[in-house]
Write a protein that binds this ligand. Structure first.
Ligand code: ADP
Ligand code: MG
Length: 238
């Protein structure tokens, strides 16, 4: 299970309001993408859902439970960070198993979960390598593997591909689509890349200045934009 509901969610940094009355319902298993220009609040909203950022007003519900005041570790969601957040001195196996180890999981269970994630991500042959001996795509897959082993109710991605070159970005886009097909887990994915949004999403949430401009399928937004902002943003990939 992994349904997520935002009720009139707001975020203030001091006097500055960056998230303004957001209502949103995400179904279990949905792939939802937040898009919008730089500074519109995508990362802040994602971090509020993960629990890394406090919610100033409103409520966040996971499978119907109010988690607004719960710690990230109590929410059952996994944030996927960019690949440069890997531990350089640990091999792939230990990078992927680290969070389970610190949570005190038995060795056998860690090995099984890491093995399964490695299989899904086709990293079986690289478990003994350190990050510096991997390609950019493999490193990003390890970063995703670290989230998979925790068997989250939902994955949260914040521009995971933004530091990769164009060819690798396309490869990883397919990889993430495949992952969603394989696991069927809820995913929220932040990007400012319209092509990524149009190709990956079940539904796209277009944000501007901390507000939702429109929510819909890629096709809805493309064919029936509610306003000029959405039309321009979706219609003109940079
Ligand atoms: P995006 O991810 O869409 O580029 P962010 O969520 O990072 O946007 O930022 C939204 C707004 O909130 C920006 O104006 C940013 O400067 C501001 N902001 C983000 N984090 C902080 C913070 N810790 N303190 C003050 N302002 C912040
Ligand atoms: Mg951001």
């Amino acid at each position: 299970m992994g349904s997520i509901r935002l009720e009139n969610v707001e975020k203030w940094f001091g006097d500055l309001q960056v998230i303004k009355g957001i209502d949103l319902e995400i179904d279990d298993g949905e792939f939802v993408i937040f898009v919008g220009p730089s500074g519109c609040g995508k990362s802040t909203l994602l971090r509020m859902i993960s629990g890394l950022e406090e919610t100033s007003r409103g409520r966040i519900l996971l499978d119907g439970d109010d988690v607004t005041d719960r710690l990230p570790s109590e929410r059952g969601l996994s944030m996927v960070f960019q690949s440069y957040a890997l531990y350089p001195h640990m091999d792939v196996r230990d990078n992927m198993g680290f969070s389970l180890k610190t949570a005190g999981s038995p060795k056998k269970e860690i090995a099984e979960k890491v093995g399964r994630a490695a299989e899904i991500l086709r990293l079986d042959d690289y478990l003994d390598r350190r990050p510096k001996a991997l390609s950019g795509g493999q490193r990003q897959r390890v970063a995703i593997g670290r989230a998979i082993v925790r068997e989250p109710k939902g994955f949260l991605f914040d521009e995971p591909l933004s530091n990769l070159d164009a060819a690798l970005r396309v490869e990883m886009r397919f990889e993430i689509a495949r992952l969603h097909e394989t696991l069927g887990t809820t995913m929220i994915y932040v990007t400012h890349d319209q092509v990524e949004a149009m190709t990956l999403a079940d539904r796209i949430v277009v944000l501007k200045d901390g507000r939702i401009m429109q929510v819909g399928t890629p096709r809805d937004l493309y064919e029936k934009p509610d306003n000029l902002f959405v039309a321009q943003f979706i219609g003109s990939p940079k």
